[in-house]
Design a protein around this ligand. Structure first.
Ligand code: FDP
Ligand code: ZN
Length: 301
């Protein structure tokens, strides 16, 4: 079954379904950018730093695809993206939705052809709404398959792109299983004490390390195999590295809707009211058990 038919069957709000379908259709153009960048890289292989610039350009290229498409279709009122320092307001919008986008997460892995993705949250109104008020979240993963994982009020579902660029249903009602994978960001030497103890506890319990450097891909793995991803606050950067709006909230909604949980170490990330678009947050995301245990460690210190 195709995404369009699935959204209709699930009785997804018509306007919301239109936004989800439009965003998913942009994946093909993002993929064209990967190929173009690879071709340019070969042409410029003598000048190594040119390749670095191509990588940077792909972030901007993907950003442009989503922003220009949304401006043209006027499907949403406002857009905040990781690549822009201000909220973009659309003139004469057809809906009141606010959209938060990380156009290309994990972009440092493009040159080695590892998995990267696009992360999107859809708010009913303001892009600065708390994560729990988002009405939908989705991510596109550019891997061996191009997949779309979406939560829009009726569970978490995964689609895969076919030869014609259409997304067909691959897995319905995904629930995060119990599992023993941990994906720990930041340098061990900078860990704060409670975090260090919690990591030691996971290791003693036999958790296996899996960290690619692409947040969206690493959390995707946790969604399917269980366990926990973390990019904590650490010495010198107590607020962590990852962004509340573009990374933690949309992925947090998907994991939570699949039966998992998310925390900044003290409280559910989705309950935090953002103050600014580039706000950072410590991130713990995964199984309920692991998230409850880091909150206990943090409380007891
Ligand atoms: P990137 O800078 O490549 O966009 O968004 C930040 C992010 O990647 C995440 O995708 C990833 O989990 C994290 O940074 C990796 O950070 P480290 O290089 O510090 O491990
Ligand atoms: Zn990112």
């Amino acid at each position: 079954m195709y995404l369009k038919d699935f959204l209709a069957q699930e009785k997804t709000d018509k306007n919301l379904a239109e936004v989800i379908l439009f965003l998913s259709s942009q994946a093909q153009d993002v993929k064209k950018g990967f190929l173009a960048a690879a071709r340019n890289a070969i042409a410029d292989e003598k000048t190594k730093n040119m390749y670095g610039e191509e990588q940077m350009a792909l972030d901007k290229y993907a950003d442009g695809i989503f922003i220009n498409g949304l401006k043209k279709t006027r499907l949403v009122r406002s857009i905040a993206t990781e690549e822009q320092d201000h909220i973009i307001e659309i003139e004469n919008p057809k809906n009141d939705f606010g959209i938060v986008i990380d156009p290309l997460d994990g972009s440092s892995l493009i040159d080695v052809n590892l998995c990267v993705g696009t992360i999107i949250g859809i708010c009913k109104g303001s892009v600065l709404d708390a994560g729990k008020d988002m009405i939908a979240a989705m991510y596109i993963l550019y891997g061996p398959l191009t997949t779309l994982t979406v939560s829009a009020g009726s569970g978490v579902h995964e689609f895969a792109m076919d030869e014609a660029g259409e997304f067909f249903l691959r897995q319905r009602d995904i629930r995060i299983p119990e599992g023993k994978i941990y994906a720990p960001g930041a340098l061990r030497k900078d860990y704060l004490p409670a975090h260090a103890q919690w990591i030691a506890r996971l290791e003693a319990a036999g958790y296996k390390l899996r960290f690619s450097g692409s947040f969206v891909a690493d959390v995707h793995q946790i969604l399917h195999k269980g366990g926990v991803f973390t990019y904590p606050g650490f010495a010198g950067k107590e607020k962590g590295k990852l962004r509340l709006l573009f990374e933690a909230n949309p992925m947090g909604k998907i994991i939570t809707d699949a039966g998992g949980a998310t925390s900044n170490g003290k409280t559910a990330i989705l309950s935090v009211k953002p103050e600014k678009i580039d706000q950072r947050t410590p991130v713990y995301i995964g199984g309920k058990k692991e998230i409850a245990s880091i909150e206990t460690f943090m409380r007891e210190r």
